[in-house]
Design a protein around this ligand. Structure first.
Ligand code: ADP
Ligand code: MG
Length: 248
């Protein structure tokens, strides 16, 4: 079966005056259908840059990003990139980015409206019920808790039924209990709806929900971990970034 996402030899450099910042220095990453993969790394390790390249928001300096075996995401025209973001992927960020004047219902439907499409009968109802937002559909974002706002953002990411969800520190604005409920929801949706999910985070408590964890350091993937608990993952991660992970 085709990989949903295949990243090969990805490099990204930012020029800042005289200085060149190597944000990505040869990233390889393959996501099979239905996988929930976490990229875990310290602040500045290139996690957001990777996500932005995959979402065609940033042009990589070198390397390839193939989505569902199609053409390189980096070679899309602006119009194709816009369509790709709108129809093929769902994006979830730390800041929920909801429109404050729209209701829950309207925020969730926005990507469809932007595409000139109408939801299928019952689609919005079913999704809002599944997200635990059935009673909240007429509210505006400022009447919702942080966890509820992030569930609206997840609904907005899912409404177009994309194959791939990209999430950048999705629990970064939430307390740990609410954050865990958001990760639980993402992992359940991944399983129920056969979504492929890529989450980037610096937190073991978030990454532990993934099927596997790709450790990032200095813009490179360093190791791959599959630990049962956040504690075990945290220990294994520390070992990997300290360079102790490769002992035979
Ligand atoms: P992370 O998400 O892991 O914290 P980022 O991908 O945001 O890391 O950043 C990786 C590196 O690239 C950092 O050194 C950051 O300062 C730099 N960087 C990110 N975006 C830009 C940009 N637009 N211009 C210049 N440097 C950037
Ligand atoms: Mg980041």
């Amino acid at each position: 079966m085709n990989a949903v996402l295949e990243v090969q030899g990805l490099h990204k450099q930012f020029k800042q005056g005289e200085r060149t910042i190597a944000a990505l220095q040869g990233v390889d990453l393959t996501l099979a259908p239905g996988e929930l993969v976490a990229v875990m790394g310290a602040s500045g390790s290139g996690k957001s840059t990777l996500l932005h390249c995959v979402a065609a928001l940033t042009q990589p300096t070198a390397g390839q990003i193939r989505f569902q075996g199609g053409k390189d995401v980096a070679s899309l025209t602006d119009a194709e990139a816009t369509r790709f973001r709108r129809d093929e992927i769902g994006l979830v960020f730390q800041a929920f980015n909801l429109l404050p004047t729209l209701t829950v219902d309207e925020n969730v439907q926005l990507p469809l409206l932007a595409a000139g499409r109408a939801p299928a009968a019952g689609q919005v109802d079913a999704l809002l019920q599944r997200l635990g937002l059935g009673e909240r559909r007429g509210h505006r974002p400022d009447a919702l808790s942080g966890g509820e706002q992030q569930r609206v953002a997840i609904g907005r990411a899912l409404i177009t039924e994309p194959a791939l969800i990209l999430a950048d520190e999705p629990t970064g604005s939430l307390d740990s209990v609410t954050g865990a409920s958001i990760m639980k929801l993402l992992s359940e949706l991944c399983r129920e709806q056969q979504k492929t999910v890529l989450v980037v985070t610096h937190e073991a408590a978030v990454a532990q929900w993934a099927d596997r964890v790709v450790v990032f350091k200095d813009g490179r993937n360093l190791a791959e971990l599959r630990e049962e608990s956040a504690e075990a993952l945290s220990v294994a991660y520390q070992r990997a970034v300290a360079g102790e992970g490769a002992t035979p």
